[in-house]
Design a protein. Structure first.
Lengths: 291, 299
């Protein structure tokens, strides 16, 4: 599962959310899920809330806030709200600041460190890979370095997801125009074949670099085998876990990361209070974690 | 190059800037007036009012989201009362700066310089409040002036500055570290020479000189550390000179962070991720204010 904000739809009839209600709900979502709603997303949240308020029969934002905080029904409702504000669709080149940071700094650093000891192998994990966009984005970026810093390197990109259907899609490697909307023209021309009707077929060269398999992040036994990664990506997956499950899963990521590796979460996500072993590394437009 | 040689180089550079602007006359007079004991608020207000552009800016800045007055402040006198007499000197400084830098667009454009400067001011104020530093207003104003050296370097040394940016393009770097190599002195050294020339207070001079090395500060290491961190946070929150610098950092490795944790131990519990997200939320405020300052005064 990899999620992102659905595009904003005009919703004239959505009740206006007050600053106070917005802040209350934003803080609640942040405390429970670790995802921060920027003020710029206020009207987006407003329109999504309108649907949930209708379904739950809440007459005001304050009433909905009480509802979503209430016990087991609240927990179920929170998942529905998260589904409403996120979606199963993801896209290539989704987080440009993260990719810039990786290309500018983190990748060259790791390559330099490993080159020194003659260990020319790079392992990358897209945890919650959905239909493969994140894993394949990395594949394309790394392919572009095949003649320079990654000459003669072994590259292994692993995508895992709990959902078999999206895994099958990832293996197939056929996308629509919505998936490639953020893809720079250079990459789109070089690594996709456009087959009319908005069908984009990924080149075999890219597909070859990544493998996909089904994995439940809760599965301790299987998690133990996901070893020695240089980069782990896990965007908008942990937001669905409660704090103790989150801590357990993040501890696995910590153990499975190389000492100099980096762990990336999604835009607006935070690991605060989940794991205090990771160091937070800030860069323009985001942050990442390392040991 | 050793420190003394770099300072000497910076001094020579500042002397060679043949049209280095001076602080506007009114501002100088305000500063002199405020040095006198028993100065009357009315005298200061009258003096500021003698320069309509300055007066308009004072009111605009006091009303900006950064100062958050409960009710709109509409007169210079009320602005002075709201801010307190001690801050007028600093306010006069920063309002005059807008003119001082006018037309000095170069490699770094003035708008992105002001966005960074006001951003650092705002974040410095927020950090100052978090650590219970006694004068958060000062943190704000010193944040605004911390990078004066940068704008002059990018204006008077355009070719070298351009060569430096070209060399580091696509690589992580801190401007501060590269300047010594390419220009012979850093913006902190140059800034200090200008600040002295303009008779800035000693603690302001120290922040300008040491905002990249707060551990060397003698007068007020806490203030230097506050501005250092504010600068770092702005560099990763889209107030980064339009992307001219690419910085990454981990607080655990920053000396400023240790200094501040020594000053306010509960800072260790700060949710740094959320802090960043909240700052990102405030970036449009800064950009709007900079736009407003430039638009409405016809500068």
């Amino acid at each position: 599962m990899a999620f992102e904000m659905k595009p904003l739809e005009p919703k004239g009839s959505a009740p206006r959310i007050s600053d106070k209600d917005f802040e209350q709900l934003r803080d609640y979502i942040y405390n429970v899920c670790g995802i921060y709603f920027h003020s710029s997303k206020k009207y987006f949240l407003e329109s999504r809330l309108a649907r949930r308020m209708e379904s739950t029969g809440s007459r005001s934002h304050a009433e909905y806030y009480q509802y979503v905080r209430g016990g087991a029904t609240g927990a179920t409702e929170l998942k529905k709200l998260l589904d409403e504000i996120t979606t199963n669709e993801t896209c290539f080149f989704r987080n440009p600041p993260q990719l810039t940071a990786l290309e500018n700094k983190f990748l060259p650093e790791i390559v330099a460190a490993k080159s020194k000891i003659g260990f020319k192998k790079l392992r990358i994990w897209s945890a919650g890979s959905s239909s493969g966009e994140e894993a394949y984005t990395m594949a394309m970026i790394l392919l572009e370095k095949r003649n320079t810093i990654l000459k003669d390197w072994i590259i292994e990109i692993v995508g895992t997801d709990i959902n078999e259907t999206v895994i099958a899609q990832a293996k197939e490697g056929i996308y629509n125009s919505y998936s490639v909307r953020n893809t720079p023209e250079f990459y789109r021309k070089k690594y996709f074949k456009e087959e009319g009707a908005g069908r984009f077929v990924l080149s075999p060269e890219v597909k070859k670099l990544a493998t996909f398999s089904q994995l439940n992040l809760y599965d301790d036994n299987k998690m133990l085998f996901m070893k020695s990664f240089d980069f782990i990506f896990c965007a908008n997956v942990l937001i669905y876990f409660d704090t103790s499950s989150k801590s357990k899963v993040v501890q696995h990521f910590y153990n499975n990361l190389q000492p100099y590796g980096y762990f990336f979460v999604g835009q607006s996500e935070s690991l605060h209070g989940v794991n205090d072993k990771f160091k937070t590394i800030h860069f323009p437009g985001g942050f990442t974690y390392n040991k | 190059m050793d420190k003394a040689a770099m300072m000497q180089k910076a001094q020579q550079m500042v002397e060679s800037f043949d049209d280095l602007p001076t602080i506007p006359q009114v501002a100088t007079k305000v500063i002199q007036l405020l040095d006198r004991p028993n100065v009357e608020l009315d005298q200061v207000a009258d003096l500021i009012l003698s320069d309509q552009v300055l007066a308009a800016r004072v009111i605009k800045m006091v009303n900006s989201p950064l100062y958050r007055p409960a009710h709109p402040v509409q007169s210079v006198k009320r602005a002075l009362i709201y801010l307190g007499i001690h801050h007028i000197r600093e306010l006069a400084f920063s309002c005059s700066f807008v003119d001082v830098f006018q037309g000095r667009d170069a490699i770094i454009d003035i708008k992105s310089f002001w966005e960074h400067s006001f951003g650092v001011g705002m974040v410095a104020k927020i950090i100052a409040e978090k650590v219970h530093y006694p004068d958060s207003e000062k943190a704000y104003l010193v944040g605004i002036v911390h990078d004066i050296g940068e704008v002059f370097l990018s204006y008077y040394r355009q070719d070298d500055f351009r060569a430096m940016l070209k060399e580091v393009e696509g690589k992580p770097f801190r401007l501060f570290e590269k300047e010594a190599e390419f220009l012979g002195a850093s913006h902190a050294d140059v800034g200090l020479c200008i600040a002295r020339k303009w008779n800035f207070p000693a603690d302001y001079c120290e922040v300008i000189a040491l905002h990249h090395s707060p551990e060397e500060a003698q007068l007020d290491p806490t203030l230097c550390a506050i501005v250092n961190l504010a600068d770092l946070f702005c560099s990763v929150c889209n107030l980064d000179y339009g992307g001219h610098s690419w910085v990454s950092f981990s607080l655990r490795e920053e000396k400023a962070w240790s200094i501040l944790k020594g000053y306010a131990p509960d800072l260790a519990d700060l949710d740094v991720e959320r802090f960043c997200y909240e700052l990102e939320d405030r970036v449009p405020e800064i950009q709007d204010m900079v736009k407003a300052i430039f638009q409405d005064t016809g500068v």
